[in-house]
Design a protein around this ligand. Structure first.
Ligand SMILES: [Zn+2]
Ligand SMILES: [Zn+2]
Length: 162
């Protein structure tokens, strides 16, 4: 179940019937074909049927709850923060401090998906499992080490995962 409300910006995309060509922005990966079909009872994210509890097709819905959550986590930064807060309550995953100004960080940096072809995208990069709460100072240190390691092929996140 998504924690945030659909933003008006996302509501607008409901009317877009055609799949746009992906602009290559690795922060906003391309949406699946099913996203652009609006058959009621069929999920716009995973493309499969939405069933009622009695296994009949739910013809009022166009999203599974879980799929809406997954979708919003990627395309809606408000949902991303809400999910992270819900899980971590603002506690830094690196030093354990609790601070009101916390940052959402991708453990495996999204930038590693840059220049990856659409069909080769690794969706695990966009999951909640790949997100962590970091305090401002730990986030800065991590970002700095990522910049330093740029160009080297070594995966950066190893150093940071526990
Ligand atoms: Zn679905
Ligand atoms: Zn910290």
């Amino acid at each position: 179940m998504p924690l945030s409300r659909w933003s008006s910006r996302h509501k607008k995309t409901f009317n877009k019937k055609k799949k746009e060509k992906w602009d290559g922005n690795f922060r906003l990966p391309p949406k699946p074909d099913s996203y652009y079909t609006q058959t009621k009872g069929s999920c716009r994210w995973c493309g499969t049927t939405i069933l009622n509890e009695d296994d009949t097709i739910n013809t009022r819905k166009t999203w599974h709850e879980d799929c809406a959550t997954e979708y919003l986590l990627i395309y809606h930064s408000g949902e991303q923060r809400a999910q992270l807060w819900n899980r971590d309550k603002g506690k830094c995953n690196h030093c354990g401090c609790e601070n009101r100004t916390w940052h959402a960080d991708h453990i495996k940096p999204l930038v590693e998906q840059k220049h990856v072809k659409e069909e080769d995208l690794d969706w695990s990069y966009y999951s909640l499992d790949n997100l962590q709460t970091l305090c401002k100072s730990c986030h800065r240190k991590k970002t700095n080490s990522e910049v330093k390691l740029k160009g080297k092929k070594k995966p950066i996140y190893k150093k940071w995962s526990k």
